[in-house]
Design a protein around this ligand. Sequence first.
Ligand code: EPS
Length: 391
Amino acid sequence: MAVLSYRTAGESHGPAMVALIEGMPAGVLLDRDWINAQLRRRQGGYGRGARQKIESDQARFLSGLRLGATIGSPIAIEIANADARLDDQEKTPPVFRPRPGHADLAGSIKWLTQDCRATLERASARETAARVAAGAVAGCLLREFGIRAVGFVRGSLDAMSTIAPSQETLAAFVAARDQSDVNCPDPEVSSRIEAAIRQAKIDKDTVGGLCEVHVFGVMPGLGSCVSCDARLDARLAGAVMGIQAFKSVEIGLGREVALRTGSQVHDPITYEASRAGEPCLGFVRPTNNAGGLEGGMTNGMPIVVRGAMKPISTLLRGLPSVDLRTREAVVSQYERSDISAIAAASVVMEHVVAFEVARALVEKFGGDSLQEMRANHASFMAAARQLGEGA
Ligand code: EPS
């Protein structure tokens, strides 16, 4: 079985962030302009700190490509840090006053040091630049199969949008999202989120929010019900919870399923022959409460994942903490940070979700090359369309 996977390495103020992708089939054209555009999207958003003015993230491919296309070997990507100063003790001093909510305290105990610096350098969300690069590479594969992940911000605090994308409205939805400084396609909610970030800045506070990703064009049968670690919903949840500062994940209706009866939750199954050519194979569901996943497998409806990001744990005003050298009560240390990174988080979530879908796609149709994947995909879809024929 072909396995698509990635790892990242790099400290926030080290020389570079790195992604290493294995298992990409050969013959996939990597659209480097588009990949770099995803890195730019991740750097944007109202409420970001000064770091984003210093960096202009670019993916440098060190291996795995020839003439712009994958060749089946591991793909190494480097994203240089302009603000590299990890070993400069003056510019990058030790941190002895852990920030509540950050990895500082738990990490310094784990690695038996009073200095939280080493922990926070790796825990920093700067690492998500490497994850976006890996997800964008996976996105180039998804594109070949007509699959597209779209991430956006649903809201923050008491400002929540009810607008959701559909295949039909996708272009207008994405255009509205891209107009917003906080990646929210709802102009009214977008300006309320910006106002909340502005106020948080005045209050020396921070805000989080709710991100959502919809994946369109997914055929049924990705993931598997046969074991817990093959369930695509479990993998998506793990990938989203793996993003810095995320505290909850939902698929489809999410926690709302606990508040409704079965007849109010489960999406009726209908068949429309005229839509048999679509990825859903004609099995149309009037609702999508399952978020495109049943039994851990895609069912032909769009995948819908939601994730809640907590407010950034670096507050300009600080929070009650303890000096790790003396155990005296102090105010937590301030490190340059963002007031809100919710827009960036929705871009990161889009790409980690895309990677998991690509991983499941390679598992189902995998082979050494895109050509082989295409043939496997075509024969599976043809066989699936024939189900029920001659019954
Ligand atoms: C980030 C870079 C970091 C932070 C943020 C995200 O840059 P610096 O720490 O140099 O200002 O702005 O990281 C965190 C939220 C964190 O907790 O460390 C980035 O590139 O996304």
